[in-house]
Design a protein around this ligand. Sequence first.
Ligand code: BES
Ligand code: MN
Ligand code: ZN
Length: 487
Amino acid sequence: MHSTIVRATSRSATIVHAAFSGERGPRPAPGSTKSVATALADAAATPGFRGELGEVVSAGAGRLLLGLGKRDELHTADLRTAGAKLVRAAERMRIGSLRLDLAAALGDAGHDLRTAGRAIGEGIAIGDWRVDAFDGAATNRAPRSGRLAVDAAEDHLRAGLERGLALGASVNYARGLAATPPNICTPAWVAQEARKLARRTGMSCRVIGYADAKRLGMGGLVNVGRASANKPCLVILEHKPRSAKGRDRIALVGKTLTYDTGGYSLKVNNGMKGMKYDKCGGTAVLGAMHAIANAKLPVHVTAFLPAAENMVAGDAYRPDDIITMHNGVSVEVTNTDAEGRLVLADALSYAIRSLKPTAVVDLATLTGGVVVALGSFSAGYFCNDPALRGRVEGAAERSGERVWQLPLWREHREFMRSTHADIVNSNAKREAHPIQGAAFLSYFVDEGMPWAHIDIAGVSAVDSPGDIYVTGPTGYGVRLLFDLVAE
Ligand code: BES
Ligand code: MN
Ligand code: ZN
């Protein structure tokens, strides 16, 4: 991991050339010297080097070959992998500056250079990251290496690279928040971080505290958070640039459970470990606001983060409690572990009443069921509006952060009815959990309001290292939401 990565030109930069597998090596740029051509050909012939995606080999003084796999199988997503592997190789090889000479190869392979540059930049930034904030006196991990400067030889590739590095930095900002343990990251701490972000980027930040939440009738947020010494709050972060074009007012809502023990419906058999990631909806929304504000996107966007800690204590809420929510709907609590929908419900209702948004998107680590159904391959999602659906799916396609739609029918809404209150927070039948979550939330979204609910329980953190992500939080949603707003 580097101390920082910047897009900057350096005269001593190591030049990165592309190599496709099954081909004889890169064609050197027209006008390049014979010795360069020979060096590249020699490097491509290095025993063991096959030009596979992300393979890196030295090509003589000041040059590298970066494998991109088969020319006609190279997708934009692969360029993220290539970027991640390149940055790790650069660190191993102690290279402090890179200059990507990939435009000709990528152009030949049919890639839009801006898009390609952005993907490589994202891969470089995201692939470089790990958690080091808690490395202590006994750590056996290497300290950060110095600054890495990255540049591209071609303008479109360079512009894309710059955007990709910036987005990657926002993703890593979100991952740093997500990785912060619950003994440090409390609801008040999240509010503090949001205030810091607002100060640095010129956004405004407002926090509805515990007492105000009670006064506003936010029965979900208040009851879920009441048993913790770290009282709940609703964090509101607003990006409202003078440049805002059009009539769009977008509300982003993120489930921010700084810890989820399950409450009296306690999580058992190791189900609790990892629940510090139950705030990843909120941290992804903060990361997206980081990216949106830094890029100065000309759109009015407001983030709502219901932050709480679901604990056990004498004054905790319990199964059988009946509570009244911000919009007046009464809820019979059947399971205190279905707490995310309770805090989200109040945030959705409050967001819609206070902002009158043109679209609402919520991100939440809501159900174990979505992990069973889709694993870490895709988020599950629900959307009631064709235009918003197009925007979400377009953003998912561009960002590579996948969504897969599940149904939400009248029958699902009826399934949530309660005998003694309006609705239950979980049906006693263990059926269609992700849809139950969405059906519950739909009672807090006015009819006709374009709304998307994205269940990110399976994609917000990974438990083994992959090509791009190390074990831990992924920052899923930062780039998806950024793209959704930018488009
Ligand atoms: N935070 C959990 C969902 C979760 C599970 C996230 C696994 C990440 C990994 C959520 O609050 C929860 O406990 N959901 C319950 C709901 C059920 C009791 C209706 C679930 O899915 O089991
Ligand atoms: Mn829970
Ligand atoms: Zn939860």
